[in-house]
Design a protein around this ligand. Sequence first.
Ligand code: 9MR
Ligand code: 9MR
Length: 605
Amino acid sequence: MNQSVTFLRNQLLIGCLFVAQQINAQPTAATGSSDRVRLNQIGFYPNAAKVAIIVDEQGGSAQPFQVTTPDGKKVLFAGMLSEPRKNAISGKMARTADFSALRTTGTYVVNVPGLGHSYPFTIKPSVHHDVAVGALKGFYYQRASTELPENYAGQWHRPAGHPDNRVLIHPSAASASRPAGTVISSPWGWYDAGDYNKYIVNSGISMGTLLSLYEDFPDYCKTLTTNIPESKNKLPDLLDESLWNLRWMMTMQDPADGGVYHKLTNAKFDGMEMPDKVKPTERYVVQKSVTAALDFAAVMAQSARVFKAYNRELPGLADSCKAAAVNAWKWAKQNPNALYNQDAMNKEFEPDVVTGTYGDRDASDEWIWAAAELYLTTKDDTYYTAVNLFPDDKTPLPSWPQVRTLAYYSLARLSDQLTPRGKQDMPKLKSHITQLADQFRQDVDKQAFQTPMGKTASDYIWGSSAVAANQGIALIQAYRLTNDETYLNAALANMDYLLGRNAVGYSFVTGFGSKTTMHPHHRPSVADGIEAPVPGLLSGGTNANAARQDKCAGYTTTIADEVYLDNDCSYASNEIAINWNAPLVYLANALEALQSKVGGSTAKK
Ligand code: 9MR
Ligand code: 9MR
């Protein structure tokens, strides 16, 4: 920020404080809390943009607002609401209360005379620290095959479930050395979501996202502690947590041929019971798939890099990961058409499997991701040239069926380690990433909620919270390439979205915020008899098609950015999942790591 801007800002602040005192001298009638004031319910960094959105505003006359202590007695800031802006999705009008100039540490509310005040929030450094740590701890609560003792899990402690030490080879996965019914051991890993199955494809992007957080911010990540059983060992907790799932993933590779089973699953979903209370039933590994093999190869290759530094603590692990990656890649080369098609599989084999499919009709992006990670780990150009890294000008937002851009992130991150062949493409690669981020950053100030999330109704899909978080990651990747803080400010705005500045007024992170998801489609949260849901889990969130998809009763609207039901029947808008939590972990922790760089109001460009 240049000096004259700082000066103007200080003048404005002094002016506001002066007005504030006057207002204080003539107190307005006290108003209660209002759900119409939407903001990040956790709070704001002192130097960052601070915005609340007043929804359902008809507009008209100029209207003041104040930021006060929660008791309303002390006014810290006074300003005017913006002119109304139209929400392009709902057509509803909203106004902005921008109090970015208030930088004084404390806990406050935004008060709109005649309307009411917001939930309390805090302005302080490291304001997202607890939610950043809590989201990572969320993975601990998802651990399969282990007890969660009270000293780590608090009131959510529970006995072990799903030991997975006697898992059957499903007929679809039979091979010469492992005929159908062969028993293998495949314990550990994280439960995928609200269900208790374990899926390689979804583990792939989740692991890639967490390991990328580590590779992007290693020093910061070493300071993160989550109070898990491994907290006292020499590894950062982020890596210990990732290892819990990595070790499971390794068991999913057939040592005979390098192929990787698509998932470890029941034939049917478990009931809504605790892990140790579900009806005993067979667990199977099913068909090897090319998407599973390639996502696995990418994760193993990246793990080989990350865990190399811990060879003393984990002797041989990095080498095993590298070998696993190479073997999975070789299998994929021999089986490029082995897509996972559950319906076709069920026609051919018994028993039918009806759990999550993570089926994907196009593996070209998985090829790109695996090739890039293998190339970065081995420095072998043949991986790089095995695929067309830039099949078109697109840079798709990462999601479980679309992992191309994860390759771009990794190549950009390690650009100083590329071979000459890879270096050639760097300018192109960088422009792919910045073009993606530019789409999200563009016109944020024209949006009703002042967030990149929700510029288009198509953002509101199953797991839309992860759309917001992954947009945030794309913006942070662009910031890392350019040092342009406007990318960072836009990423922070999506954090605000997730924590309450949105069209439904919920913080989608369990346990964080005043009005937050209480009834996620999450078996332990439903069955444990504890009122509070397991904390640190990201609800999938608003989903325009949820009513049709889960047929839960109680949806009251079809407006795309408002279809959300905090009810455990709503698995299409209120489940939790590891591939949604992982980008939350990335976004929250990256913002914490970069907090000294965020700044300015959203209006400043
Ligand atoms: O609990 C299941 C959840 O994890 C899945 O996302 C969802 C869609 O596949 O299915 C849920 O299971 C429901 C099943 O599909 C239909 N019968 C009721 C199950 C629990 O609500
Ligand atoms: O996240 C998945 C979403 O993209 C799909 O539309 C949906 C239906 O196939 O499935 C979601 O994944 C679920 C998985 O199939 C089973 N475990 C719970 C996942 C989150 O709902």
